[in-house]
Each structure stands twice: as structure tokens, then as C-alpha cells.
Design a protein around this ligand. Structure first.
Ligand code: ZN
Length: 139
């Protein structure tokens, strides 16, 4: 049972061993992607091995922050009380320049300004002392 107080708080990501570097990078204002040293696959969701070839020869590299809107949808009805002040907002499916696709939200403009194939740029938005989230604005 979720308390009324908890319902007013937005869920924040809980970093684990695989994703700790990602969250640390965002706090420093950069998006880190995992690059496979064997097959050159690039992945956003951090894990201990390459999803393409299962190699553990992975290294973090700073992403350019550039991407393109593959798809989006505008949220008009808040998923919970904590999001009431945010609606309407646009949820984006962004194709990063390096290849991976990620889900994020649009900032710095109205959701109706978002269009398919729009160029976007990463924004690191600090939520609290521990958490910074990746968002995108129009490039
Ligand atoms: Zn690989």
C-alpha cells in the first residue's frame, strides 16, 4: 500500500552496480554509453555484458548528447499525484547519434512543439542531491 505522502513523490531511479557509472556521469553533466570493444555495439541500458555478442569487454564513453525524435506521445493525464503539475508533457523515444534508443521527456518547450525526426539535445536535469535525469530539448 502506497502512502499519500509517497504518492506525492516522484519515483527516482535506484542505481545498481551496473548503472552506477551512468548516474554518476549524469550528475557530472554527461551521458555515458557502453561501447563493446569486440563487436563495437553501443548500449544505453548498462549491464555487465554486451547484449549483441555477450562480451564483457565494455567501456564507457561520453555521448555527444545529440539525438533525433523517433517517436513521442503527449501525456495529458498524470500517472500519479506527483506528476500533476507537469502535464501535459511529451515522452520521447530518442535515437541517439551513437545508435541506442532511449526513453526520456521533453523540456524547454511546449509538448505540441515536438515533431517526428526533430533534432534534440541532451539536458541533465538535477532532481535532488543524488539524482540527475537525462532529458531532451530541441537542438
Ligand atoms: Zn559486443
Amino acid at each position: 500500500m502506497i502512502s499519500a505522502e509517497d504518492a506525492m513523490k516522484k519515483p527516482v531511479p535506484a542505481p545498481d552496480a551496473d548503472s552506477a557509472a551512468l548516474w554518476r556521469g549524469l550528475r557530472d553533466g554527461v551521458l555515458l554509453l557502453q561501447h563493446c570493444g569486440d563487436c563495437h555495439h553501443v548500449q544505453y541500458y548498462q549491464q555487465g555484458m554486451c547484449r549483441q555478442c555477450s562480451s564483457e569487454n565494455l567501456s564507457h564513453k561520453v555521448a555527444s548528447g545529440r539525438g533525433r525524435v523517433h517517436s513521442f506521445s503527449v501525456v495529458h493525464r498524470a500517472p500519479g499525484p506527483a506528476f500533476k503539475a507537469d502535464v501535459p508533457y511529451a515522452v520521447l523515444l530518442v535515437d541517439l547519434e551513437e545508435g541506442p534508443r532511449m526513453i526520456s521527456t521533453y523540456v524547454g518547450g511546449k509538448p505540441e512543439d515536438v515533431a517526428f525526426d526533430m533534432d534534440v539535445m541532451l539536458v541533465c536535469e538535477q532532481i535532488d542531491d543524488r539524482t540527475t535525469l537525462p532529458r531532451f530539448r530541441r537542438a
